[in-house]
Design a binder for this molecule. Structure first.
Ligand SMILES: [Mn+2]
Length: 144
């Protein structure tokens, strides 16, 4: 299993390749706000663990194993963002909160959150009700 830090890299590499068709060390460094030498080190580790193949002048290519896990990690991130948005978390907190929790949930918990999302999607009234409870509580707070 990849470590949380490896997961961050695989997630970012996968989405860069999806968006641009390639992922350069400099792009990864910028996206993760880290030094390029840290990227090179991690990319070598991911290569050693068979998540990708890294050739200095040709760039990096995800292996089938790297693609599979990268796709799952990107999906997990998106799902958690949608989940926090649905339960009414402020937009300004969403990205950071997801970055904070995504590596610490089991895949079972992720699957259960997927079911919860399906529950809300089946009847849009359900999320309206949820947000009504939130609003009422916020109003009470203001009045007290
Ligand atoms: Mn993420």
């Amino acid at each position: 299993m990849p470590t949380p830090s490896m997961e961050d890299y695989l997630e970012k590499i996968y989405s860069l390749i999806e968006e641009k068709g390639y992922a350069r060390v400099s792009d990864i460094a910028e996206a993760l706000a880290v030094h390029p030498s840290s990227v090179t080190k991690m990319v070598q580790k991911l290569d050693k663990d068979k998540y990708l193949v890294y050739e200095k002048y040709r760039g990096l290519v995800l292996t089938p194993k790297g693609k599979k896990i990268g796709k799952r990690l990107v999906h997990r991130h998106t799902l958690l963002e949608e989940f926090l948005r649905l339960i009414g978390v402020d937009e300004e907190h969403i990205y950071k909160d997801v970055e904070g929790i995504e590596h610490h949930l089991s895949w079972e918990s992720i699957t259960c959150i997927e079911y919860l999302m399906a529950y809300f999607e089946q009847d849009p009234q359900r999320s309206v009700e949820l947000l009504r409870i939130k609003q009422e509580d916020e109003q009470k707070e203001e009045e007290s």
